[in-house]
Design a protein. Structure first.
Lengths: 110, 115
């Protein structure tokens, strides 16, 4: 079983659509959770951290369910510029190493 | 904000040669640096955790004699791919924790092609 699992997609949605990504992780001792986005042939960039209380940043809402070991990301009113690969990332261990999911590819169509 | 400078951004080398990739933290001290590898259409896989002044910790399946990591100062970590082969062609990225919390800064990556 992979440590961090995501639906690889691809998700092709029209502009303005709402899209949701899901992720599960296997290490119950994981400490921190994130969503990163990665554009083609670039380094990943932090989109947002994820907290149990849920957090929102503009059109993006992230949620963590520690009991189910489940993380979600909701993108509302999607823009063309949201097209990217979205990586579910979990930090664990004494060095807080990041473990990346395989990513979910999103393409927002005009 | 914190910046990690990674060089080179792109390198093409012949089979059997060695390639060194550098990551420098420009405005902070990076006690720990992480090295990742990413194959096309795959996610980042942690190769090793580099600690300043001590030996790196390698993930299972990563050959420490092939991927030499040196972290001699708080601002510089290097990864040397020795005796490179075409299957080593990949995107290599470094990352450092910034501050005591959950901030991580990534280098811009090195695209290695071994011919």
């Amino acid at each position: 079983r992979k440590e961090v699992e995501q639906d690889p997609g691809p998700f092709n949605v029209p502009e303005g659509a709402t899209v949701a990504f899901n992720c599960t992780y296997s290490n119950s001792a994981s400490q921190s959770f994130f969503w990163y986005r990665q554009d083609c042939r670039k380094e990943p960039k932090l989109l947002m951290s994820v907290y149990s209380s849920g957090n929102e940043d503009g059109r993006f809402t992230a949620q963590l369910n520690r009991a189910s070991q489940y993380i979600s990301l909701l993108i509302r009113d999607s823009k063309l510029s949201d097209s990217a690969t979205y990586l579910c990332v979990v930090a664990s261990g004494s060095a807080r190493q990041l473990t990346f999911g395989s990513g979910t590819q999103l393409t927002v169509l005009p | 904000g914190a910046v990690v400078s990674q060089h080179p951004s792109r390198v093409i080398c012949k089979s059997g040669t060695s390639v060194k990739i550098e990551c420098r933290s420009l405005d902070f001290q990076a006690t720990t640096m992480f090295w990742y590898r990413q194959f096309p259409k795959k996610s980042l896989m942690l190769m090793a955790t580099s600690n300043e002044g001590s030996k790196a910790t390698y993930e299972q399946g990563v050959e420490k004699d092939k991927f030499l990591i040196n972290h001699a100062s708080l601002t510089l970590s290097t990864l040397t791919v020795t005796s490179a082969h075409p299957e080593d062609s990949s995107f290599y990225i470094c990352s450092a924790r910034t501050g005591g919390g959950d901030g991580y800064t990534f280098g811009s990556g090195t695209r290695l092609t071994v011919v």
